[in-house]
Design a protein around this ligand. Structure first.
Ligand code: HMH
Length: 206
């Protein structure tokens, strides 16, 4: 079994992780600015946590995966800068408190980095990025209001990068493919992705 087989085996769960009324409203340009602002700030905080997660992963990674993982870390650092620029243009402050799902996602990533074997961690990393690729690809092209955000993930370069992560995960998995622990962490990524959209949608609409 390859990493991509997880997507087929859990197709309904994956669909739930990568489609949401929030995303539909982004596509249609009907999303209230306040809800979008909640997403932007929480996702910025998520990326700072993902940055720490990926940095932890580096020393454990096999030699052959180091260059890719370093590039991934650099891309996340650039992404933080991108978020900061967007926030400045929208006059948003990025120092908000983490909402509960952002905290839960950070805890999950922290625990994975601290105690899971490398193949489990790299598969989870692939799933995290794969979820965003799919979620934003699904709604491209979007209404001009949000299209520049959609394009940030719905593009060929990002798709190529996610494919490289998939190869790294496939290389790391045992010849027999993924085990129960890999599958469980994949499912936890899917659950957290779904919950993240839900948190933003209900938390930002208040
Ligand atoms: C919630 N999942 C979430 N935010 C992101 N920025 C990504 C995945 C991709 O890095």
């Amino acid at each position: 079994m390859k990493p991509a087989d997880l997507l087929e085996r859990h197709a309904a769960i994956w669909q739930a992780a990568t489609t949401h009324p929030f995303l539909d409203a982004v596509r249609d340009g009907t999303l209230p600015a306040s809800v979008f602002a909640t997403w932007l700030v929480q996702d910025y905080l998520f990326v700072t946590d993902e940055f720490a997660f990926q940095a932890h992963l580096l020393p454990e990674a096999p030699r052959a995966a180091q260059a890719l993982l370093l590039r991934s870390l650099m891309a996340l650092e650039a992404e933080l800068g991108w978020f900061e620029k967007q926030a400045q243009q929208l006059k948003l402050v990025l120092t908000a408190q983490r909402l509960p799902v952002t905290v839960a996602y950070a805890t999950f990533m922290h625990q994975l980095a601290a105690s899971a074997p490398y193949p489990v961690v790299v598969t989870a990393l692939w799933a995290i990025e794969r979820a965003y690729l799919q979620a934003w690809m699904n709604i491209a092209p979007a209404h001009p209001t949000y299209q520049s955000f959609v394009e940030h993930w719905a593009n060929q370069a990002f798709a190529n990068f996610v494919a490289e992560l998939e190869s790294a995960a496939a290389d790391a998995l045992a010849p027999g493919g993924f085990d129960k622990e890999t599958e469980a962490s994949f499912l936890e990524v899917a659950r957290l992705e779904r919950a993240f959209w839900g948190m933003v949608w209900s938390g930002g609409a208040k």
